[in-house]
Design a protein around this ligand. Structure first.
Ligand code: UD1
Length: 365
């Protein structure tokens, strides 16, 4: 029996562990338990996703909660160390680049437990992003690197990782997307509250925004809302608001156009229901850059850099920067793009989780 702990802490992790968990159920000799660190904890940010993504209740919930990076990371580490000592897994699987990813991989490795990093090797080369530090530390100590795009492989090789530990398997985020999109097509999504607004406007933009570098300073946030208000004069914007962003909007008392429609965080399916038919997606999220690429929706990334360059190479994604003028320019470019030129990256075919388990089980038969 191969004992595995599958780790998730924050919203984008839940989408990534869902296909890995589902695939594990196909193997009788794999015991895969889900650990939720509690980094995200609001119903809308956490439990709603577990239900929506068909994940079971976590086997272990570490209750880390919010806090400074040090406090949050330390709480996860203390709780996860105790769990590892009790459970003694053969392997842990961490995904993405959040604080839970770093905390759990460091703990496991110091207890001589193998670490597999899913979505390894991505680099923004921007050390002001906490996620970049999390990615680099996790990759420094992982045993298996599961890579989503060619750049990840190249970055790891440049950092001295041996090629036989690097596996280009595709993208579990896209496994989940295809699985959920098919379900959504089978459903009658009329029950979503946002169905009314979607029907009313038909042509709209979809926005997400939560990076500390974009929302944590008044001047930065105002620059971005300046662009959004101008865009909203032409195209209504549907905007589910992340808790961090809500907190900062209240603090800064920002003016937003009446053509920007705000919602509480949406479930995965309801969010997909909106963005898959949007004229353009505006975002600073990592995952949405990839998901829009997989479905061929133009995406304007409100950041100075991206760790996912394949999304730009495929034609869907435009790196807009964070200045009002540069965002407006990118928006105009995005809506004018001929969609028939968009491409989908290699191996983004819904089979990444299958490839991951095949590789893990070839080492742990
Ligand atoms: C975290 C990840 C980020 C990811 C994002 C997705 C790190 C360093 N950052 O950022 O990579 O893109 O999740 O959402 O791991 N809060 C709530 N309820 C919650 C969770 C958070 O109200 O359930 C509020 C708290 O006030 C908290 C703030 O949001 O202080 C930020 O949460 P935190 O987990 O620290 O970082 P995120 O911005 O969510």
């Amino acid at each position: 029996m191969m004992k595995v702990l599958l780790i998730a802490g924050a919203r984008p992790n839940f989408m990534k562990i869902a296909p890995i968990y589902r695939e594990a159920l196909k193997y009788n000799h794999v015991q895969c338990k889900v650990v939720h660190t509690g980094q995200h904890y609001d119903y809308e940010m956490s439990e709603a996703f577990f239900e929506d993504l068909e994940l079971p209740k976590p086997d272990f919930f570490l209750s880390a909660g919010s806090g400074s990076h040090a406090v949050q990371t330390a709480k996860i580490m203390v709780a996860f160390e105790e769990l590892c000592q009790n459970e003694r897994p053969d392997l842990i699987i961490v995904v993405g680049d959040v604080n839970s990813t770093l905390a759990c991989s460091v703990v496991a490795k110091k207890l001589w437990i193998e670490v597999a990093h899913v979505e390894a090797g991505l680099r923004s080369f921007d050390l002001t992003m906490p996620e970049e530090i999390n990615r680099m530390v996790t990759d420094a100590i992982s045993d298996y690197f599961f890579v989503t795009e060619e750049s990840g492989e190249a970055n790891l090789v440049r950092e001295g990782k041996s090629k036989d530990r690097i596996h280009f398997v595709g993208n579990v985020m896209i496994d989940n997307l295809f699985y959920q999109a098919e379900k959504l097509d089978g459903d009658k999504p009329g029950h979503f509250e946002t169905n009314k607004i979607k029907k009313k406007y038909k042509d709209y933009a979809f926005l997400t925004l939560h990076r500390p570098s974009n929302v944590d300073t008044r001047s930065g946030f105002c620059e971005i809302t300046g662009a959004l208000n101008t865009i909203a004069d032409k195209l209504p914007i549907l905007f589910p608001v992340h808790p961090r962003t809500k907190k900062m909007m209240d603090e800064f008392d920002l003016h937003l156009s009446k053509n920007i429609f705000l919602f509480s965080p949406l479930s995965f399916k309801e969010s997909l229901f909106l963005w898959k038919d949007a004229r353009v997606v505006l975002t600073d999220s990592g995952g949405l850059q990839e998901e829009t690429t997989a479905l061929g929706i133009p995406c304007v990334t409100i950041r100075e850099n991206t760790e996912r360059p394949i999304t730009i190479k495929m034609g869907t994604n435009i790196l807009a920067g964070t200045q009002k003028d540069s965002i407006l320019k990118a928006f105009e470019e995005a809506v004018a793009k001929p969609k028939d030129q968009f491409k989908v990256p290699p191996k983004w075919d819904g089979k990444a989780a299958e490839r991951i388990w095949k590789i893990l089980l070839s080492v742990h038969p």
